[in-house]
Ligand binder design. Sequence first.
Ligand code: PAF
Length: 283
Amino acid sequence: MEIFRTPAEIQAYALSAKRRGKTISLIPTMGYLHAGHASLIDIARQRADIVIVSIFVNPTQFGPNEDLDAYPRDFEHDRTLCEDHKVDAVYAPAPDSMYADDASTWVEETVLSRPLCGASRPIHFRGVTTVVAKLFNLTLPDYAVFGRKDAQQLLVIRRMVRDLNFPIEIIAAPLVRDEDGLALSSRNRYLSAEERKRALVLSRSLRAGRRTIEGGGLETIPTVIELMKKEIEAAGGRVDYVEALDTGSLTAPNADTTELLLAVAAYFGTTRLIDNQFIQVKS
Ligand code: PAF
């Protein structure tokens, strides 16, 4: 497995692979890899000749009071996980090599990035789309794999790829949960044992909400949302949002809606967790 530290190196590697007729899969990550990332790598492996994992804690997607400095990092652990999963190349740039000091160009999606996490993290998705566009230009992938855990991110990236004609297939990988139901996230390590137990209300209430909407249709949404908020607060969480939106537009569902995103963000202690369920709507 090769490790590259600068944009020029990884781009030369990707260009040489493309010239040899190889296909490339990219898994963009911020490191501190877990079984969820491993599942993305395994999916990527099935598609392409070459699998590249990028590991970069991207400063432009963190707000001023967010956890950029505290974000967990463990390169040796990440390297081992990548080696174990037969990754061909890791791109782990030094922070100052990714952005010029006077960088002044952004890639911004302006509709799907506004609700949900975009409402409480206003610059977040602009940072994500900008860095992902850069990673696409550096690694020249045919496929890029994103987890459904970051559902809004997945939808925003798909929109960016469509709107800017990137010749890349975006693959949505299933959300991976711990045995107790907690969605895997690098941020779970911030939780105390007590907070972790309390946070199980997220997956539990989402499952129940999904069953209710599947059984009773769109009319049940307001009740489901109220109930979920109450349950999360009763478990000691502080709700950021609970919403059920049309996955095509990330607006309120209507008679044409075929798929819903039931999504939640809540704080347990100081840790903000997100989770979701995609729900097919019967016509
Ligand atoms: O999902 C993440 O880990 C990040 O948002 C991503 C896609 C690697 C961009 O920094």
